[in-house]
Structures are given as C-alpha cells and as structure tokens.
Ligand binder design. Structure first.
Ligand SMILES: [Zn+2]
Length: 392
C-alpha cells in the first residue's frame, strides 16, 4: 500500500482507552511521529480510510510448530481426547512441517500481528523466527507428567531446544511449564531457577473441568488419561484447591506470569492470583476454546477484577486461522457486552506488556508498533465481516 504519512479513519484506537474520532496519525514509514486533531492539519494532506486504525496486534499464545495439524483434529471433543489426538499424530514428513511453519509466519504477518508468544517443544520453528520481521517470544515448554523420575531427562531434552531458539533482534525466550497437571514440583523449581529476572513465563491454565477435579479431589478424566499413558498418580495428593493454586505455589511471583485459556477460572481464582503477584496477565484463545471444549472464559469476571487480558490464537491444531482480528470477532459475537475498545486493548497494549515489548502495542512517538486498518462494513463499530489491511 502507498505510504500516506498523515492518515485518519472513522476511529483511531491508540492501544488503550476509548475509540477516538477526528484524529490524524502522522508517521514516517511506520515510525510514529504524532497524533493530532483533524482540525489542526490541512485536510488535503490527510488520507481518509474507513474503519479503525490501531497498532499492530500481539498474539500472546501460539504453537507455530503445530501448524501442519490444520484440519486434522475433530472439534468439540473436550481437552483430553484432543490431547490424545495431537499426541497420536506422528510420522509427518519434516518438509510438510517446515512449510506449514513458513506459511504460519506469513499468515500472521498478513494479519497484522507484530509479536507472538510462541510455545515450542522442539527446534522446528527456530530458523523461521530468527529471520522473521515478527518478534517471537519463544516459550520453551517443559512437562514430565508429574513424574519426578522423568524430571532429569526432561531437563536434558529441553536444554538444546532452548539453546536453538534466537533471543536477538527483538526475539526472547524462557523456559515455561506446560500446565499444572503435567509438571512436577521438581521441574517447576528448575524452571524457576533458570529464567533471568524480567522473563515472561506462560502456563496453560484451567482449560477443562477435569483439571480442577484432579487438584480438588483427585478425580476426573486425568486419572484414566495418565493410566492410558502408563503413568502412575499413586504419589499425587489432592490439595483441595483449584489447579491455578498449584501453579502459583511453584511459580515465581516476581516474573511476568501469563495464564493461558482460563475457561474454568473463577472470580476467586482471579482475586487470589492477583493477590499472589502484581505481574499477572491472562491470555484468552476463544476460537480454540470453542474448537476444543465449546465454552468461553467468564470474561465479565476478568473485567470486574481489572485483570489484564491478552489474546492468543493457539495453534492450527485447534483453530482455523492465525488471526487476532478473527479472535476479536469471536469475542464480540459471543460476548457482545464487551466494548470494542476493551477488546482492542487486549489485542494490542496488554499483549505487548505481557511479552515485555514496551515499544509495541501503542502509538508512541518514535516507536514502530505496526499500523493496522480494520475495514468495517456498515456504520457501527462492529467487527463482523470486517477485514484487515496492514498499513505499516
Ligand atoms: Zn496452547
């Protein structure tokens, strides 16, 4: 697209706050210069778009290395059958996997995503991330199925994965636990001790009722799930508290913690997490939640508690595309009480803060956060049928 340096649209969203009208964004090839009132500039210099101008999107939860799984797994099965299906997919040619990763990166770029929190169990994505204009925060994800005799081997396995991923040119990396139900206290302490301060540490959290049931009463589907994999839970004792409490007990409250999914997270859980740490972020992946479990988080509870929500696409094993705009449409479709300005804040500045990218997510002079145009259909600021144009 032609580089117009003074642009305006029906609405401007700067990454936080309300949708604004009659504002002009001045930039130089994407570097933000200023935001001024439309009345203060010569209108013949200004290019008018219809829709919403906003900063580049931040995708806080993805698994790029699973991109080749698109369309392979049934929807609506629930998390445990879903996980079994993912694990069951083997023997896919490396060239197919590699091409899907290249395509996933290109798709996100086209969809106005400028930074990604990407879960990696392998090194497959390392080269693409190193050479991409998207910034990647690689979360090297570890799990030992609560089996402390496997912790050592897990650590040995993931050291080289961590080493293979880049942390220059805006990329970052950290070790992260997979989920409360797959990480032993021993592995949690390794992760805690091996991330430098200022890291972001993500964890899948409370994605299915079975997860809370395991920690509350040592009941539910995880007992059979583990039996199916040949693992014992004989040593495991229910704590009588929900799954997130086990995570908090073993994670570092001084790091940024990104809880992902949270479909079963209650108001009490949110309040207790916020009492535990001032550095908490939440990632919602609505399309994946509908794909797998057919339910969404209690967004009103998060809004009431002033929780810092961010948005993720999850992987193409549980989604149809890698687009934050599509995730926002899903939220607006099913939870239309949430103001669009709030959803845009989740998609931009909150995500940037969660990943520690202070120069992304908002229009601040001197920064280059990406400039997106959401092309609206009709007069209302509704995302339905809208499309995306990347301006810079
Ligand atoms: Zn995930």
């Amino acid at each position: 697209m032609k580089n117009y340096s003074k642009i305006t649209a029906d609405y401007l969203h700067i990454g936080h706050g309300e949708l604004m009208k009659n504002k002009v964004l001045i930039h130089d090839k994407g570097t933000i210069i200023d935001i001024v009132d439309q009345s203060s500039v010569d209108d013949s210099d200004v290019h008018h778009f219809s829709g919403i101008i906003c900063p580049g999107f931040i995708n806080t939860h993805c698994h790029m290395e699973l991109s080749h799984m698109i369309g392979r797994i049934d929807t609506g099965t629930g998390l445990l059958p879903f996980l079994q299906a993912v694990v069951g997919y083997r023997d896919i040619e490396q060239s197919v996997i590699d091409q899907a990763i290249v395509d996933g990166d290109a798709e996100m770029k086209k969809n106005g995503i400028v930074a990604v929190g990407d879960i990696s169990n392998k090194s497959d994505t390392a080269l693409v991330k190193k050479n991409s204009s998207i910034r990647y925060y690689t979360f090297v994800e570890m799990f030992d199925f609560l089996q402390s005799q496997m912790t050592e081997a897990t650590i040995e396995q993931y050291g080289p994965v961590h080493a293979s991923h880049s942390n220059d040119a805006g990329n970052k990396k950290s070790y992260v636990p997979h989920a409360p139900y797959t990480v032993s206290p021993e592995l949690f302490s390794y992760i805690k001790e091996n991330n430098p301060s200022g890291s972001t540490v993500s964890i899948h959290n409370q994605e299915t009722a079975h997860e809370n049931n395991l920690f509350l009463e040592k009941k539910g589907g995880f007992l059979d799930f583990y039996k199916g994999f040949g693992f014992t839970l004989d040593h495991f004792q229910a704590s009588g508290r929900t799954a997130i409490h086990y995570a908090m007990q073993h994670m570092d409250a001084s790091q940024k913690t990104l809880f992902v999914h949270n479909t079963m997270t209650t108001r009490e859980d949110i309040a207790e997490a916020q009492a535990w740490s001032d550095h908490i972020f939440w990632a919602t992946c609505p399309s994946a939640n509908l794909y797998i479990e057919n339910r969404l988080p209690d967004y009103q509870a998060f809004i009431d508690k002033k929780a810092r929500m961010t948005i993720g696409t999850d992987s193409l094993s549980s989604n149809w595309c890698l687009s934050i705009l599509e995730e926002m449409k899903t939220i607006q479709k099913y939870k239309s009480f949430i103001p669009l300005s709030t959803i845009l804040t989740w998609a931009t500045s909150n995500g940037a803060a969660a990943l520690g990218y202070n120069d992304l997510g908002t229009f601040v002079p001197g920064t280059k956060p990406g400039i997106n145009l959401i092309n609206l259909v009709g007069n209302e600021p509704s995302l339905e049928k809208s499309t995306l144009t990347v301006i810079a």
